[in-house]
Design a protein around this ligand. Structure first.
Ligand code: CTP
Length: 401
């Protein structure tokens, strides 16, 4: 029996100089609580040793289909069936060709077929750019993709052989994140859906060094972007200043001001959903000064006349032609929380609004929060949740929308 909640990853390493990166991936997965078992192909064993894999995974390493010991302790069928996800990383051109034709003359090939279509399969290719672009490789990739395999595309860069182009193994961080997402959400219920998420704090300049902004850390918006991506959605993240690293596998655009965020949001349409999490600066100085305001010239104080910025959420929710099917806003309030949130939902015309009490600066930069989610007919409260939990509950609610 698999331990509850511990993702179980079967990593198959084939012959590529990038095989050494599998050591990093094992470390990253284990740091996130996953159990990793490794299968090493004979050509993979030219680049990385079973001992290193066994030491990092703290599991036996499987190499030979005809090893009596391996087959009696853990047959290849069981090895496949006990995994939540099977990953071929790095996958050589030869390995991909074998998968495309269904060869099962070695342990990796037999596992691929034994997995059937009930276990998510993922391939992270790594090869020379000429091999990658060869029509045979592209044909084989198209074949395994249509057989249901998830491909984590290689990146562009300088190869170990000195050539430059597409073929470098994707970043191990990206591979580990995508594989964990597949282990947790094998059916990828939001696959084919596109979401725009805004996050973080925008700012409005007063002069070249001073600006109006707020305390938003971007944690909630980024957690929502992660949760949607984990369920297979294509996510476009429009962000102002954020205090945490940007996510992998998500298109991120830095939109520091209200105007930049609004333009980017309009340009990113059409989308299935729009989720406005950003703390957008509500006020701007109509004409930011070209030069720094000197203290000597402001003896009786600097009197600012501020004008409101555009409401991005309301603009998208009331878009005449491309309104996303689901538009979600947040309401940061310091009093009359539900009453104000309800009025905000109606005035902005979003479908759901998530109300937060921000009295005394609560919430910003915090890891836990209590939120109330209001739609046209109900109010639901999620008490003392981490921002990740809010994100996952919201994503699950979106799946069922
Ligand atoms: N929002 C937006 N554009 C703005 C201001 C807010 O898209 N110029 C979005 C926020 O991302 C959030 C929602 O509108 O989803 C509500 O933001 P909030 O700060 O709670 O309210 P405001 O609209 O700014 O109104 P007020 O400050 O009067 O409460």
């Amino acid at each position: 029996m698999k331990p509850l909640h511990q993702p179980h990853i079967l990593l198959i390493i084939s012959g590529s100089i990038a095989a050494y990166k599998s050591l990093d991936m094992i470390r990253l997965w284990r740091a996130q609580g996953a159990m990793v078992r490794c299968v090493l192909t004979p050509s993979g064993a030219q680049f990385v040793t079973p001992l290193s894999l066994a030491a990092l995974s703290e599991q036996p390493v499987y190499e030979d289909m005809f090893s009596l010991k391996d087959e009696t302790e853990m047959g290849h069928i069981r090895l496949a069936r006990e995994a939540d996800v099977i990953v071929f990383a790095p996958a050589s051109a030869d390995r991909i060709a074998r998968m495309a034709t269904g060869y099962a003359d070695d342990l990796a090939g037999a596992i691929y077929l034994a997995a059937g279509n009930s276990i998510p399969l993922c391939v992270a290719p790594a090869m020379n750019p000429h091999m990658w672009h060869h029509p045979a490789t592209q044909r084989n990739l198209a074949q395994i993709r249509s057989d249901g395999v998830h491909i984590i595309a290689p990146s562009n860069g300088v190869m170990a052989c000195g050539e430059e182009g597409i073929g470098r193994l994707a970043d191990p961080q990206e591979i580990t994140q995508r594989v964990l997402a597949l282990a947790k959400h094998p059916t990828q219920p939001l696959r084919g859906k596109r979401f725009i998420v805004t996050a973080g704090a925008t700012h409005e300049m007063l002069d070249p060094v001073r600006f109006i902004s707020n305390h938003s850390s971007g944690k909630q918006g980024i957690a929502i972007a992660h949760a949607l991506r984990d369920r297979g959605a294509e996510v476009i993240l429009l962000h102002g200043r954020v205090d945490i690293p940007l996510p992998y596998g998500i298109t991120c655009h830095h939109t520091p001001t209200n105007a930049a965020m609004l333009l980017a949001a309009q340009a990113a349409l059409p989308a299935d959903g729009f989720i406005a999490v950003a703390a957008v600066a509500d006020w701007k100085y109509a004409q930011p000064l070209e030069h720094k305001m000197k203290k000597v010239s402001t003896q009786d104080g600097w009197h600012l006349h501020l004008t409101p910025t555009d409401d991005i959420l309301a603009t998208i929710a009331q878009h005449p032609t491309h309104r996303p099917r689901l538009v979600i806003g947040f309401a940061a309030e310091t009093q009359h929380l539900l009453e104000h949130a309800h009025a905000k939902r109606l005035s902005k015309q979003c479908d759901w609004i998530i109300a937060n009490n921000v009295l005394g600066g609560a919430i910003f930069n915090e890891d836990t929060t209590t939120v109330h989610i209001l739609d046209a007919s109900s109010t639901e409260s999620w008490e003392s949740c981490s921002k990740e939990e809010v994100a996952h509950r919201l994503a699950d609610r979106i799946v069922h929308f």
